[in-house]
Design a protein around this ligand. Structure first.
Ligand code: UD2
Length: 307
């Protein structure tokens, strides 16, 4: 079996690559290293890595034709709502066009794949009041990032329905854990919190801290992705989350206890285009055999131990 992981040197991608290698799958990574790092991949000596942009159509076409992948995990993305608001056109190239180009090449070249997995986001749900979010809940994408993710989901599912290319979409909620890069202002809040607590830096809290998120430890995300692969699911959307909601204020308090000291905080107004509350219904994932192995406390403690 052979798998392509785009974004495979990134935070989630590198954990996935390690798991696939352990499953005995031959893995090829395409990553432009804009956020990723080859050192994130533990098994890098067993993996073929191309430092390339997924928007490079010629490169991607050559690779797809040559390697004939069984599985494609499309994780490469600019994973930030705020960044997409600053650079809507550039992020659209990566978050939408690159995926579509890949699927289109698979279609016209009649490549046979077992599963194409697209990583979407909880951002598609927007700010509609019903909670928890089910995969069938109404969506209301309110940022360029969310619009791209939702539009791409629809294409991905249509390529299955219209052209028989087996595809699935996963909607990631807030993923955290070792390897998440804290250096960008758009990095995940828990990587920034870790960096601030460790290095006594000032943490900027956007808004009142009452916004909630459904945080999932990266190892649980990998468990979910592998279950989805094994299930041969197709033309489906899955929430990937913990199924628990926590305010930013509460998570800061929890993390301060684990770290054993207080965080220095400065407050700023809330960021545009953000959702206030986020919580997933994970029944669909659970029906595949998923059960979260990492509570927030356990995940944060493990993350803290490793830094
Ligand atoms: C996450 C994902 C995004 C998308 C979205 C779905 C990351 C990095 N982003 O965006 O890709 O899937 O979920 O809803 O995982 N915050 C601070 N200070 C900081 C950084 C963040 O207060 O220095 C706040 C931020 O304003 C937000 C919360 O923390 O209210 C979480 O921010 P985030 O950037 O980690 O994730 P989110 O939910 O915006």
């Amino acid at each position: 079996m052979k798998a392509l992981v785009t974004g495979g040197a990134g935070f989630i991608g590198s954990h996935l690559v390690d798991r696939l290698v352990n499953q005995g799958i031959e893995v090829v990574v395409v990553d432009d290293l804009s956020m990723g790092n080859i050192k994130n991949i533990k098994n890098r000596n067993l993996v073929t890595i191309y430092v390339e942009d997924v928007c490079n159509e010629q490169f991607m076409q050559r690779l797809l034709k040559q390697e004939k992948f069984d599985y494609i995990y499309f994780l490469a993305a600019v994973a930030s709502v705020a960044d997409s608001i600053d650079r809507p056109s550039e992020t659209h190239e990566i978050n939408h066009n690159a995926v579509l180009q890949t699927l289109e090449f698979i279609r016209v070249s009649k490549l046979k794949i077992k599963q194409f997995l697209f990583t979407s986001s909880a951002a598609v749900y927007g700010n509609l009041p019903d909670l928890p979010k089910k995969e069938t809940s109404c969506v209301d994408p309110i940022s360029p990032y969310a619009i791209d993710k939702y539009a791409t989901e629809r294409y991905v599912l249509a390529y299955d329905a219209l052209y028989n290319i087996p595809t699935v979409c996963v909607r990631f909620f807030n993923v955290y854990g070792p390897g998440q890069n804290p250096t960008s202002p758009y990095s995940g809040v828990l990587s920034i919190l870790t960096d601030c607590l460790k290095n006594n830096k000032l943490f900027t809290l956007f808004g009142d801290g009452l916004q909630t998120r459904d945080f999932i430890y990266v190892e649980d995300v990998i468990q979910a992705l592998w279950l989805i692969t094994e299930s041969d699911a197709h033309r489906q959307v899955f929430n990937v989350a913990n199924g628990r909601e926590i305010t930013l204020n509460d998570i800061i308090q929890t993390y301060e206890k684990i770290a054993g000291h207080k965080l220095s905080i400065c407050k700023e107004t809330g960021r545009d285009g953000e959702v206030k509350r986020s919580l997933a219904n994970i029944d669909k994932l659970t029906s595949l055999g998923y059960s979260a192995k990492w509570s927030l406390k356990k995940g944060l403690s493990e993350y803290w131990k490793g830094v």
